[in-house]
Ligand binder design. Structure first.
Ligand SMILES: [Zn+2]
Length: 148
């Protein structure tokens, strides 16, 4: 059976501040994130199956990733929970704060995204890799093969 990889791209705008970081990202600012999700599996061969010939319906992948990531992080501000920045945002009455148990770096975000996507994928497909662009020229990658 032939294995095929499918990739779908997602975009969201998110602000973050990196607590204690020694560069510009310690200041509150935003990025236009581009997340590509690549899954791998075998096209469905079963005659009469509504998804005949598909590894996975792109729409089904969208229905998994959008609520987990796009709807949660788009136009939100991500900070590490229980830090001075988090407390300041709460005191200032900010809406759409996503408090995370980790520093919201590109690396930590992509690792978190891999975990939550894998939990929701059907057993017929596997997460192959993710790429998360933080800027036009910088991105992080997560590969299942690196994390066996
Ligand atoms: Zn940044």
């Amino acid at each position: 059976m032939t294995k095929i990889r499918l990739t779908k791209e997602f975009r969201f705008e998110m602000a973050h501040a990196l607590e204690g970081y020694d560069g510009l990202c310690r200041h509150m600012h935003g990025h236009s994130y581009i997340l590509t999700v690549t899954i791998i599996g075998e096209p469905i061969q079963q005659e009469g199956h509504p998804k005949l010939g598909m590894v996975m319906d792109f729409g089904d992948l969208k229905r998994i990733v959008n609520p987990l990531i796009v709807e949660r992080f788009d136009h939100a501000v991500a900070v590490m929970s229980n830090t001075p920045t988090h407390k300041k945002l709460l005191d200032a009455g900010f809406q759409r704060i996503v408090a995370l148990p980790f520093q919201p770096t590109c690396e930590n975000m992509i690792s978190y995204f891999a975990q939550v996507i894998m939990e929701k994928l059907p057993p017929t497909v596997k997460l192959h890799h993710l790429r998360l662009h933080e800027t036009a020229t910088s991105y992080a990658e997560w590969y299942a093969s690196d994390n066996l």
